[in-house]
Write a protein that binds this ligand. Structure first.
Ligand code: HEC
Ligand code: HEC
Length: 286
């Protein structure tokens, strides 16, 4: 074989592998959605812990019918979809595989890519069992018909940009700090990072909107500048912080406002044990 041919072949293999990496559908198998009462109850708890309703259930709605507007940091708005099991306007018929692909890989049933306004990069640390339990709960919700608006984005933002954005995010976001072996702290880290997604608002982002995990929870200018670090939380004791997660009263005895109120709505529904785990994570000894 001549050299030119070999290098051509190698380049082709690299291009195909690259395309596969970008567009290939992750292998998640075809797991069944569980139907036991325990799975549904666990799913309801986790659905709340992950704050799904904050974006999918507009005030006054009887279910996660979508239509909530999220302003894009790059201009324009996203509108959340209807995630009730409605045949025409919701997600009726979604399989375990569809839920895993959406929540852990940001991929739609047809292989498309979701925008990062859906915080699946935070949810990707959920276990498969946790996602399937959430699915078990969601498919028991009453279907509600509700057409939601199309995203209204500036013309330069195309959905074909999302696969590339994901690759940049994989390469640039870095690693979140390790948390040690204490099971309570580990539980708190799992909840904070992969359910409450505190970092979506409190971790700084770079010019592409990609989280900088090496500065995890250092505060995000213009979104939630409060740093959830030992210095940032200096005014709180561990006990204050546990209460804050329950009732939203800050260390200055003020009711917290803005989007943080939606967060308190879900942390207030966690078990006391899980609020203590969250506090143990944020107040851990480095
Ligand atoms: C910060 C807001 C936000 C939160 C929190 C959120 N979502 Fe979403 N979700 C979105 C947006 C925006 C989209 C649309 C993304 C797109 O069109 O690319 C979406 C899309 C989806 C879809 C795809 C629906 C379809 O028709 O393709 C599902 C399913 C979903 N979300 C479920 C959930 C679940 C379950 C949770 C909680 C674990 C959750 N979402 C939390 C904003 C959010
Ligand atoms: C959807 C965005 C969002 C998410 C997710 C979020 N926060 Fe916040 N947070 C905010 C905003 C906005 C503020 C400022 C609130 C205000 O103006 O009163 C804030 C303020 C705070 C404060 C400061 C309160 C004070 O003393 O003034 C703390 C502490 C806090 N958040 C902790 C958390 C924790 C812990 C999580 C995860 C369980 C979390 N946040 C998730 C948006 C968010």
């Amino acid at each position: 074989m001549n050299k030119k041919f070999v290098s051509l072949l190698l380049s082709l293999i690299i291009v195909v592998a690259g395309l596969y990496w970008v567009f290939g559908i992750p292998r998640v198998g075809h797991p069944e959605i569980p139907t036991s009462a325990e799975a549904i109850a666990s799913g309801e708890y986790l659905y709340n812990a992950a704050g799904c309703a904050a974006c999918h259930q507009v005030d006054g709605a009887d279910g996660p019918i979508g239509g909530y507007e999220i302003e894009s940091p790059f201009g324009g708005s996203f509108f959340t979809p209807n995630i009730t099991p409605d045949e025409e306007t919701g997600i009726a018929g979604w399989t375990g595989r569809d839920f895993l692909l959406a929540l852990k890989y940001g991929r739609s049933p047809g292989g498309g890519f979701y925008w990062p306004s859906f915080p699946w990069r935070s949810y990707q640390g959920m276990s498969d069992e946790e996602v399937l339990n959430i699915a078990a709960y969601m498919i028991t919700l009453p279907p509600i018909r509700n057409d939601t608006p199309e995203h209204d984005l500036p013309i330069w933002q195309y959905s074909w940009m999302t696969p590339e954005w994901n690759i940049f995010a994989d390469l640039m976001e870095g690693d979140a700090p390790a948390v040690g072996n204490d099971p309570q702290v580990q539980r708190g880290a799992h909840l904070a990072r992969h359910f409450s997604h505190c970092g979506e608002c409190h971790t700084p982002r770079n010019f592409l909107g990609i989280s900088d995990l090496s500065n995890e929870f250092a505060g995000q200018e213009g979104v939630a500048s409060a740093a959830l670090t030992p210095e940032g939380l200096g005014a709180y004791t561990y006990e204050d912080f546990v209460y804050f997660l329950e009732d939203g009263f800050t260390a200055n005895f003020e009711q917290v406002g803005g989007e943080m109120l939606d967060v308190i709505e879900h942390t207030s529904n966690l078990t006391q044990e899980d609020r203590e785990a969250l506090a143990a994570f944020f107040f851990r000894d480095e």
